[in-house]
Design a protein around this ligand. Structure first.
Ligand SMILES: [Zn+2]
Length: 318
């Protein structure tokens, strides 16, 4: 038997259920939708989580398409899935949990007697901590971003190579290999011996079918390469960034990009212009260094100092 919350499955079966994390303001139970897939044969355990940030739906799109494709009688091992982690944020399509104004992915490993977010972190962490590997599905929020995978444990961590291999297996084509902030699941799990990656499935408002397809393919790659499914996968070469240069606007107005997501940029290339309401160019912003155009704001209107875009830097291939 494998159990997650109220979901219990015998070998060769799968089940859905709820993982309790507390009560809402009206006293009703708050619980996360979960699914367990218990393979007929023994094998590894994979933990998958989506919607850690309440406005990031592509991971849920992956889970929704993935689960109907899984046949527990053909699987070795166990897959535990939390479909919607930031339940409170998801209800109102907000990034953070509105109950405590916290980003769930800064609350790991959590506290079962703590804030609303810490309790969700504790419940999901305990579902993941004895897994063999984990995927925490994110995206570039509602801004525009390339599809990539993040390795957050830091290059000196003993599990760095395992996390990097997992990222290559997922094969999104791009990897950010940079130690993340405290409180990330992708920081806390490797300390417990679990390799983990954050697939960052583009950036969109609502669904992005292309990024969801990539996420399903990446998860199937992982299931195949780590022996849950029969078969072989050959991962492609990944373009790895070690850091970001972030660009804010030097003036207020409307931003006009001169590069596309995924473009290589060289120092001195024009990234964007800022124009006034009548089309006059006020400022031209060029790249400070070489890199890859990684992320950009969605809406054109900007104030002085407001975030405009990011360029991935320290690029190599692996
Ligand atoms: Zn996120």
């Amino acid at each position: 038997m494998t159990t997650l919350g109220t979901a219990t499955a015998a070998p060769g079966e799968q089940a859905v259920g709820r993982l309790p994390v507390g009560e809402a303001r009206d006293g009703s139970e708050v619980s996360l939708p979960v699914c367990v897939v218990n393979g007929e044969r023994d094998g590894k355990t994979l933990y998958v989580q989506a919607v850690s940030d309440g406005d990031e739906l592509n991971g849920l799109g992956v889970v929704q398409q993935l689960v109907p494709r899984l046949d527990p009688t053909q699987i070795a091992g166990e897959i535990r899935i939390v479909g919607i982690a930031n339940w409170y944020g998801f209800q109102i399509a907000e990034h953070r949990n509105p109950i405590d104004d916290t980003k769930l992915n800064r609350a790991y490993p959590g506290d079962e007697n703590g804030t609303a977010s810490e309790r969700i972190a504790a419940a999901t962490f305990s579902a993941a901590v004895d897994a063999d590997l984990a995927l925490d599905m994110h995206q570039g929020s509602t801004s525009r971003m390339i599809d990539e995978v993040r390795v957050r444990c830091g290059r000196r961590h003993r599990l760095h190579r395992d996390c990097l291999d997992l990222a290559k297996t997922f094969d999104a084509g791009h990897v950010l290999d940079q130690k993340g902030p405290d409180g990330q699941l992708a920081r806390a799990l490797p300390d417990e011996g679990v390799p983990v990656i954050d697939p960052e499935l583009g950036g969109s408002v609502g669904w992005d079918e292309e990024s969801i397809r990539l996420g399903v393919r990446g998860t199937m790659n992982v299931l195949t390469a780590y022996g849950f499914l029969d078969g072989n996968v050959t991962a492609g070469e990944q373009t790895r960034a070690g850091s970001f240069d972030q660009y804010g606007s030097p003036a207020g107005g409307l931003v006009d990009f001169h590069v596309e997501l995924g473009d290589e940029v060289s120092r001195g290339d024009t990234l964007f212009e800022v124009t006034d309401a009548f089309g006059t160019v006020k400022e031209t912003v060029t790249a400070d260094g070489d890199g890859l155009f990684w992320r950009s704001r969605r809406l054109p209107q900007i104030a002085t100092g407001e975030y405009v875009c990011s360029v991935g830097t320290d690029i190599d291939q692996y």
